[in-house]
Design a protein around this ligand. Structure first.
Ligand SMILES: NC(=O)c1ccc[n+]([C@@H]2O[C@H](COP(=O)([O-])OP(=O)(O)OC[C@H]3O[C@@H](n4cnc5c(N)ncnc54)[C@H](OP(=O)(O)O)[C@@H]3O)[C@@H](O)[C@H]2O)c1
Length: 383
């Protein structure tokens, strides 16, 4: 059986199903696209796979693994169906074109070319050059429907002036405050243990984390990664600290405990900050980075974002207090939110309830996590 002789209706409904299932992983993979793949033998699906997490294996590799697990001999596999053109370059994982070529599969069906001008058509050409039959079934499971976030990520404006995919995560009380009443959770904890585990998983899947000095002064967090998070590549820890107020004995500078890991600490400050504090903080273990200010008071967030991008930090987690969080949200620099509402009444500090009411949320989901409710969404912003 060849890609040309397979029934287009069967292929169409398979692609449609793969696209819908792949989209369920959108908050885990963004800014990467949601992708699904299936390996076929004589028209029967023998393995299905999805890109399930940022930095994790791509759908094609997952589908090939599932096909191996099915027990159907590799020699019988004839076709791979993928919702997006397979990648041809090494990113966080090796190119999928290579993985496909290694299987001996002869037919490739895709529903859309990679829209990134640097990759568009390259993967398919490589497969054709290697003698495989390639069929493009345009119009089924379009990126506009399955991965609109990816289209924004590869839009001209974003490619021309790169800035990271920013995920803001916060826990709030039922009245939208980020700190609980003083007599609840040591005046600090709002969310339950299940949500805290999810936070560790998220930390293990980002390149960097950003917080404001206000949080460092009040909470003295370590911003480490602990199981069940992936501790193998801990994110860099970035503190926005215009006047270098971070204490030299902050827990950020402690060695991570057994079984946990922590990335390098960067303190972003205004140029010309106090030289004595600068040296003392460098001695404590920080790398100090001067960033342009916007009103002699604060760091210019656009410059912060450019610096993050220049370091190769593409997926960045914002875990901070209400002051910096509101500033980021209102600046339009946040792409994705995870808002955890704990089972706590009242609270301290300003509420974000007004922002949430006005926010233009896209593709949002509400779910339960232990006793908390979690809202995840993309934000409508101009790119
Ligand atoms: N519930 C949650 O998810 C959560 C998460 C984190 C923290 N918190 C709570 O939040 C509280 C701390 O919040 P916070 O609002 O005081 O601190 P914050 O938002 O973490 O940090 C604010 C500080 O960031 C610095 N900053 C640097 N550049 C900035 C910019 N462009 N715009 C605004 N600020 C900038 C400012 O200090 P400089 O001008 O000195 O640089 C500012 O004072 C604590 O009680 C903590 O427990 C809650």
């Amino acid at each position: 059986m060849t890609a040309q002789t397979l029934n287009p209706e069967v292929l169409g409904s398979l692609l449609d199903r793969l696209g819908r299932e792949a989209a369920q992983f959108r908050f885990e993979v963004a800014p990467n696209p949601c992708v699904g793949a299936a390996v076929l033998a004589a028209g029967e699906v023998v393995g299905v796979g999805f890109h399930e997490s940022y930095g994790g294996p791509h759908a094609e590799v997952q589908a090939i693994e599932a096909a191996h697990a099915s027990g159907v001999p590799q020699a019988d596999w004839d076709t791979i169906v993928v919702t997006l053109e397979p990648c041809s370059t090494t990113g966080k994982t090796p190119p999928c074109v290579e993985a496909i070529l290694k299987t001996g599969i002869q037919n490739v069906v895709v529903s859309q070319l990679d829209p990134n001008p640097d990759h568009e058509g390259r993967g398919l050409h490589m497969l054709e050059d290697a003698g495989l039959q390639v069929r493009v079934m345009d119009g089924i499971c379009r990126l506009e429907d399955v991965s609109p976030h990816f289209l924004r990520w590869v839009a001209n404006e974003r490619v021309r002036r790169p800035r990271p995919w920013m995920i803001a995560k916060w826990a709030q009380t039922m009245t939208g405050q980020l700190s609980p009443p003083a007599d609840v959770g040591e005046g600090r904890w709002i969310s339950g243990p299940e949500s805290l585990k999810e936070v560790q998983l998220l930390r293990g899947k980002v390149d960097a984390m950003v917080t404001g000095v206000g949080t460092v002064l009040v909470d003295d967090p370590r911003l480490s990664v602990r199981p069940p998070g992936d501790i193998t590549q801990p994110p860099a820890r970035i503190i926005l600290d215009a006047w270098l107020r971070t204490p030299t004995d902050a827990r950020l500078f402690e060695e991570p405990g057994e079984g946990e890991s922590a990335g390098p600490v960067f303190l972003l400050c205004l140029p010309g900050s106090n030289a004595v504090r600068w040296r003392a903080l460098e001695k404590a273990g920080a790398t100090i980075v001067p960033i342009r200010g916007e009103d002699r008071q604060h760091l210019r967030l656009l410059d912060v974002q450019s610096w993050l991008s220049a370091q190769g930090y593409n997926r960045v987690l914002l875990e901070t207090g209400p002051t910096l969080l509101r500033r980021y949200l209102e600046s339009g620099l946040v792409d994705q939110v995870r808002m955890i509402t704990g089972n706590v009444r009242g609270g301290q500090g300003e509420s974000l309830a007004d922002w949430i009411q006005e926010a233009k949320l896209k593709q949002h989901v509400m779910r339960e996590c232990g006793s908390d409710s979690v809202m995840e969404a993309f934000l409508t912003v101009d790119f």
